[in-house]
Design a protein around this ligand. Structure first.
Ligand SMILES: [Zn+2]
Length: 310
């Protein structure tokens, strides 16, 4: 997305990550760099390399691994590996175990960056899990299975598609040979989630919107989620979004092969896709996604609590 990262240590952009359109540094290396180096004269700025540097997933996820190393709620599971072009890659997984609620724990899978050029969802999840670590009560009753980088090679290469050339979000449940998809499918089968939330970025939308599938109650979850996001970003009110019919920023259709629950799973979980517009500053996109996630957890927990009385 943003290939200016290599220049950031020399520019004031590093003081305002919100301008960067999704590229962030969580360990703030640029500041250390500035402190240790004389400021260069403008004429000596290095020229931008033709090919932007690969992004580092360990660097990206370092804040989560730091939290997990001392947390009683967050677990980092780096055991899911796959091969891509002879290289061993990892599909990062995190588990957040909230305080015990009333009955059985509610299992929700949260997926981001299945399109490698949509880092907004990853940054939102890092922020979301950091908030939960400080306020675990927000996740009372939940086991959250978090997959922040579902397309690791695409994220590294800054491309929508995986290094194989495939759009992974068109490959689910159709005998795909893509190893990332097979890994994710086995997670979807193993955990039979009560709810599935996917985070995406849309560079053609001016507003926030979402897809609602699965359980009928999904529509009762997505509306408050979009309202929560609206505190930070306008909603896309168009009648057609991404080629689909939409109402109040909600789409009921889907592309074949999208990441969903296993087709035969009953009862159907709620399935929500949140789409942030790409253009706004990062801090607004992340705040909108985090607010929507929090709202979904709150409303679904309420629904589960009242359901036995319905
Ligand atoms: Zn996407």
């Amino acid at each position: 997305m943003n290939s200016s990262a290599v220049q950031r240590p020399f520019s004031t952009d590093c003081l305002d990550a919100s301008k960067s359109g999704g590229e962030r540094s969580y360990d703030f290396k640029p500041f250390k760099f500035i402190n240790n180096m004389p400021m260069p004269v403008i004429g000596s700025l290095p020229t931008k390399p033709a090919v932007p540097a690969k992004r580092s997933i360990p660097e990206l996820l370092a804040p989560l691994d730091r939290i997990a190393s001392s947390s009683s709620s967050l677990v980092a599971n780096h055991g899911a590996q796959f091969k891509s072009g002879g290289q061993t890659c990892e599909l990062p997984r995190y588990l957040f175990i909230g305080p015990k609620g009333g009955d059985d724990m509610i299992r929700v899978g949260i997926f981001a960056c299945i399109h490698g050029d949509e880092p907004e969802g990853v940054h939102a999840l890092i922020q979301f899990l950091s908030i939960l670590e400080r306020k675990p009560e927000l996740a009372t009753g939940y086991c959250l299975f978090v997959y922040p980088v579902c397309n690791p090679t695409g994220f590294e290469d800054r491309t929508r598609h995986a290094r194989s050339g495939k759009d992974l979000n068109r490959e689910f449940w159709n005998e795909s040979r893509e190893p990332e998809v097979r890994l994710l499918q086995s997670e979807l089968v193993a955990h039979s989630f009560h709810g599935i939330i996917s985070l995406h970025t849309d560079d053609s939308s001016q507003g926030f919107y979402g897809f609602a599938h699965g359980a009928t109650l999904t529509k009762n979850l997505i509306e408050p989620a979009l309202q929560a996001a609206e505190q930070f970003l306008p909603r896309n009110g168009s009648e057609t979004i991404d080629g689909f019919r939409a109402r109040n920023g909600i789409i009921r259709d889907s592309y074949p092969g999208m990441l969903t629950a296993p087709p035969k799973l009953r009862p159907r979980p709620f399935e929500i896709i949140l789409e942030t517009p790409q253009a706004p500053p990062s801090y607004l996109k992340e705040a909108a996604l985090v607010a929507a996630l929090r709202m979904i957890l709150t409303h679904y927990r309420e629904f589960i609590a009242y359901a036995p009385n319905l």
